[in-house]
Ligand binder design. Structure first.
Ligand code: NAD
Length: 357
């Protein structure tokens, strides 16, 4: 019997509702398995922790996570604390501390979901967005001087390195190669950003020679939003910078039906550190504490976690349970136009897993 050590970090807002739900579903899955089990450890880091300790997580936080097989994360974002403090103090500290440089975001229209594009068939939208997760616009390089004076100035430098771009391109090409269509779109903005993005394009071309069987093209980020809406079937794997992919993946989630469904893996492909799985949504201040959060994004993230730790059958079983539940409109949460609660959706997934062991 293999035991996987999983860290759970609910964080803030609806993270406190969806991560316990994710843990419940993983535990239900393990209950039906004779080959693996989970040892969960919960970390109470986030806004509440900050109010007591003045930091979002302790100084030795990374050490406490270091020996875990994976991390299930909720959200960093508190209505009473500035967003740059919560994000940099917790989520980015873990992503950057563990060099989880590939942020992987699958999107497709799950059974039973009423997606908003009237000309888009279910099979037309099946994408994986690969987001560079360690540098670019979110590298943290910059500064602010002369605060409050008329001469105040501030910069956020978008920093790209050859190592950083090469490794994310190679990851994206490899992922595209592993999918049936072997298709990759490289998102760029090298018309306006004439230094780093030109290097980005050039490196994409160089890396493409290692993957002659992958068909690839290049699209400006602004044009890519139009393509996602008008020609969704022309896309498969998409690779983009930290900021571009951040924005495009919210659009992707909305086009697939809801922010509440979309999953992410913050992956260290070299497996030097634990990878971290989380729904792409944030703390959702408007619905937190009401039991209305859609836990499906967290459950799908748990599927990615299972695939990552090497339990593909369990992952497929959980995905089947999720799809069974989304197919039933009576189990849709409010974001999908239904009235079901987080607890009802969670219990339905657990019941399906128990009944289909
Ligand atoms: N990964 C992260 O830690 C992360 C990601 C995004 C935003 N945030 C933080 O979260 C806070 C709120 O950000 P925001 O409002 O821009 O984005 P958000 O994702 O929290 O919410 C956007 C909208 O989507 C809805 N929504 C999101 N997830 C849902 C779910 N599971 N079920 C039902 N509805 C859902 C919300 O109710 C809201 O109307 C901010 O502090 C932000 O910095 C954190």
């Amino acid at each position: 019997m293999k035991t996987y050590r999983i860290a759970t970090i609910p964080g803030d807002g609806i993270g406190k509702e969806v991560v316990p739900a994710g843990r419940q579903v993983l535990a239900a899955l393990a209950k039906t398995s004779s080959t693996f089990n989970f040892e969960f450890e919960d970390f109470d880091w986030g806004g509440d922790y900050y109010r007591i300790h003045n930091v979002m997580m302790p100084d030795n936080g990374l050490e406490l996570l270091r020996n875990k097989d994976a991390i299930l994360f909720g959200s960093a974002g508190d209505p009473d604390i500035a967003d740059h403090i919560t994000l940099w103090g917790l989520r980015l500290k873990i992503c950057q501390g563990f060099d989880q440089y590939a942020n992987v975001r699958p999107t497709r229209i799950l059974p039973g979901i009423d997606a908003p594009l009237k000309r888009c068939k279910t099979e037309d939208l099946n994408w994986v967005i690969v987001r560079e997760n360690s540098e670019g616009e979110y590298s943290g390089v910059g500064g602010r001087v002369h605060q409050g004076h008329p001469i105040e100035a501030a910069t956020d430098l978008s920093m790209m390195t050859r190592v950083g771009v090469e490794r994310i391109m190679r990851f994206a090409f490899k992922l595209a190669q592993s999918r049936p269509r072997k298709l990759l779109t490289v998102i760029t903005k090298s018309n306006a950003q004439r230094h780093a993005m030109v290097m980005w394009d050039q490196i994409a071309k160089e890396i493409s020679t290692e993957f002659p069987d992958v068909k690839w093209d290049k699209e400006l980020v602004d044009a890519s939003t139009v393509r996602m809406v008008n020609r969704p079937a022309s896309l498969d794997v998409i690779v983009a910078t930290n900021l571009h992919a951040d924005i495009l993946s919210d659009l992707a989630a909305a086009l697939a039906g809801s922010m509440g469904i979309a999953p992410t893996g913050n992956i260290d492909p070299e497996r030097r550190y634990p990878s971290m799985f989380e729904p792409i949504h944030g703390s959702a201040f408007d619905i937190m504490g009401k039991g209305l959060a859609n836990p499906v994004g967290t459950f799908w993230s748990a599927v990615m976690l299972l695939e990552h730790i090497g339990e593909p059958e369990a992952a497929a079983r959980l995905m089947k349970a999720i799809e069974h539940v989304t197919a039933n409109p009576a189990l849709h949460t409010r974001d999908l136009g239904g009235t079901a609660t987080t607890v009802q959706v969670t219990e339905a997934v657990c019941a399906y897993l128990a009944a289909h062991a």
